[in-house]
Ligand binder design. Sequence first.
Ligand code: PA5
Length: 445
Amino acid sequence: MSITFSVKGDAVTKQDFAAMAEEVKACHTALHEKTGKGNDFVGWVDWPVDYDKEEFARIKKAAEKIQKQSEVLIVIGIGGSYLGTRTALDFIKTPFYNEDKKKTTPDIYFVGNNISSAYLSDILGILGDRDFSVNVISKSGTTTEPAIAFRIFKQLLENKYGKEGAAERIYATTDRARGALKTMCNTEGYETFIIPDDIGGRFTVLTAVGMLAMAVAGVDIDKVMEGAQWAREAYSNPDIMENPCYQYAAARNFFYRNGKTVEILANYEPHMVSFGEWYKQLYAESEGKDGKGIFPVAANFSTDLHSIGQFIQEGSRYFFETVMWCKEPKSTVLVPFDAEDLDGLNFLKGKEMQFVNSKAFAGTMLAHMDGGVPNMVIEMDRMDAWHFGALVYFFEKAVGISGYMLDVNPFNQPGVEAYKKNMFALLGKPGYEDMKEELEKRLNG
Ligand code: PA5
């Protein structure tokens, strides 16, 4: 079981890495000794060994109770309180988890990650009159999207099971001491799990935020932690020459300093589509500030080779590509023989689809490199719980180092407040009256 990283061709040489060695070491020290920017939010660095073992056991118990009591689990959250969990289920299980007729665990639906009434009504329709539980996840407890969704599902639970029965089915993952959701937990008696003070939303997938839904879906959460523990150890060496995670972080900055301002994280597995969504949040919120940052884009190959492939091959040259490649497919499908062979594909008869996919990967990489797009590859043995834990840690550690190389605070996200203030003002929230008037003038003028 392992993860490997490599830069293809000579896009970044050993000498280039050596030239960044001292800078990387300084970033490593700042991260590990908690002397860098945002040092209040680096609890994730040692979380794979420091995690609360008592809470971990409670998560497993709660998951068993949900499995017994409910046919459906509704997970409410947005951003860091949602993306990692969804990613875990798609990657470790399957994006078709809910459609799997053989599974014995509850269906899982995610709500509170948008403000669409159509989306919410569809989920309510799919839920029907089935027995369900809710995991509401919000550090602040006041984020608009999940708060609206929670109002709706809480009322639904109370109407169906009564106030006490509903409280038995609501699991809240929130701040240890503060916030609206925490206050509600105290008064209503919900079972509560903690989002640690020193771990920001987008770094929380290995906490109760991700672990409860994973356990409900039957994921071996011990294996997830084992993968993360392996990665914590494997990526603890301050020497860039010995640390593939730091090579990735440094290579990204090398490209950025040479005018490549966009990273495309590409995959060849639909099971990794949401991994790309999780990566986009982790990297965009961590690096995009102070007028700096590498813009993270996700691409799903070979699907997107038939849409944005043209641009990647021949368009403006301001990006580099990082490809996630899985060596062992989750299952084997062979290309069948066809007597008529009208599509001319009989030369592939009896070959595994993974073989075809691997040639698409290799051929695309060379074509893109020939087109002037630097390529890096992150390779894993398989898509399972262990590799999920290890990859999460790899990407978290890399963005911590990369953010410090950019000289930004990788652990805050002040920019996400701007739209919220405008939205509240336009919605007429008390206290925003002057702003409302000013914004409406702009909109109508
Ligand atoms: O990374 C972050 O901190 C954000 O994306 C938050 O996770 C997101 O805004 C949700 O916040 P909360 O958990 O307070 O509802």
